[in-house]
Design a protein around this ligand. Structure first.
Ligand SMILES: O=C(CO)[C@@H](O)[C@H](O)COP(=O)(O)O
Ligand SMILES: [Co+2]
Length: 217
């Protein structure tokens, strides 16, 4: 199976957001990855609802929204209204994770759980059957352009085993430092979806870079 490619709009040129989104529409990207940072869960602030709605007005592909915010349960419906197709919340930010997953699904969005590099995937044991996706962070969240953490390969294996054991349909998404060099092994270990920000938008030809990632086996 060819990977799902989800370029992260965080790395795009915000002064030319419409043309960046149109480039993604014309590319082989499957999803638009939307990074929401609140300056509390992570030490950075990205953008909020008005920008997301502006992206949605031009996007012709599903929006994969990665919430790096505390108390995400307060904003799930608003992110859905702003155009989210998948909403991922961090396990580290949710006291009542099971409830928040049900809340996301009740909006009609797909539910994802994002997991920081230090967090064991075993903590997902009792919720994995309920989710559509697990977003494994392969950098510490908060910034684009960071170095990929190698331990991610082992975590994919552990997560894949858990998904099989629990008869879950969850997709495995890898987020942070993804490039053409690490993509083959990520897919071999069991990744389904690859987020790529700086690798795509800093490349001389983003359309070709996305096509090259899509072609990785
Ligand atoms: O969630 C995050 C960072 O917190 C990511 O989605 C990054 O935005 C991916 O960017 P690169 O590491 O590919 O530059
Ligand atoms: Co992200």
């Amino acid at each position: 199976m060819r990977p799902i490619i989800a370029p992260s709009v965080l790395a795009s040129d915000f002064a030319n957001l419409q043309s960046e989104v149109e480039m993604l529409n014309n590319s082989q990207a499957d999803w638009l990855h939307i990074d929401i940072m609140d300056g509390r869960f992570v030490p950075n602030i990205s953008f909020g609802f008005p920008v997301m709605e502006a992206i949605k007005r031009h996007a012709q592909k599903p929006m994969d929204v990665h919430l790096m915010i505390v108390e995400p349960e307060l904003y799930i419906e608003r992110f859905r209204d702003a155009g989210a197709d998948t909403i991922s919340v961090h396990i580290e930010a949710c006291t009542h994770l099971h409830r928040t997953v049900q809340q996301i699904k009740a909006t009609g969005a797909k539910a994802g759980i994002a997991v920081n590099p230090h967090t064991s995937v075993q903590l997902l044991e009792d919720v994995i059957a309920d989710v559509d996706m697990v977003c494994l962070m392969s950098v510490n969240p908060g910034f684009g352009g960071q170095k990929f953490i190698e331990n991610t390969y082992r975590k994919i294996e552990n997560l894949k085993n858990l998904i099989i054991q629990r008869n879950s349909q969850a997709l495995i998404e890898i987020d942070g430092g993804v490039n053409q060099d690490n993509a083959p092994l990520l897919l071999e270990k069991g990744a389904d979806a690859l987020v790529a920000g700086s690798f795509v938008f800093s490349s001389p030809d983003p359309l070709q870079t996305i096509a090259d990632l899509k072609a990785v086996k």
